[in-house]
Design a protein around this ligand. Sequence first.
Ligand code: MN
Length: 246
Amino acid sequence: MPRGLHFVAAEATDIGNVRETNEDSALVLAPVYMVADGMGGHNAGEVASAIAVEEFARLGGKEQVDVQTLEERLDVAEQRIIGLHGPDQEGAGTTVALVATAGVQGQAQWLVMNVGDSRVYRLSADGLTQISVDHSVVQELVAHGELTPAEARVHPYRNLITRAVGGGAYCEADHWTIPAAAGDRMLICSDGLTGEVEDDTLEQILRDSSSPRVACTRLVDAALVGGGHDNVTVVVVDAVADAPRP
Ligand code: MN
């Protein structure tokens, strides 16, 4: 890990107000921070998201992760999920949104990876920026100028995703590599948060919270107050400057 920064993280999840199971899974295990939103009948979604977390947890404690290492774990997770054959497990799938910290030539980096419609945001001195791009039908309509983001939020197809890990969907991850700076606060979340809480409110909560722990609790609370129609899961990671050496 590069000198100069360390990372502080927290997670929170809630079943929400209407669902009978929580199919989201989360991982906070340096250098990997991730959210997976499972889908499929019966318990298939829970199993799929848990498999994804289990595979990426194998990177826990590693000094070096890179895009290739992340892709290897994604491939194994996909094969395991496709291979599920228990009752009602056919068609099981999951999103994966993750941030891994890495050092490239001594400079700390955020490696961001996404498949599906869970999201990664960064709060920095420049404000809140959505890093990942949803793999969803409504995102494609927004990109083509056929919907506004506000219309997308309430569109009947808003839950249709165009990529996933398993679920009979195309599984290809997008990657971003972003320099990490002290003061950065990363948010990784399932659509149970972003479907209920607008970006302006996310930014305000992230700015006003004294720690990742506080931010996670307040974000989940906001999703529940907003309706809690889906499972909601959040991971928040801060980049913190190391204390100067004596
Ligand atoms: Mn969801």
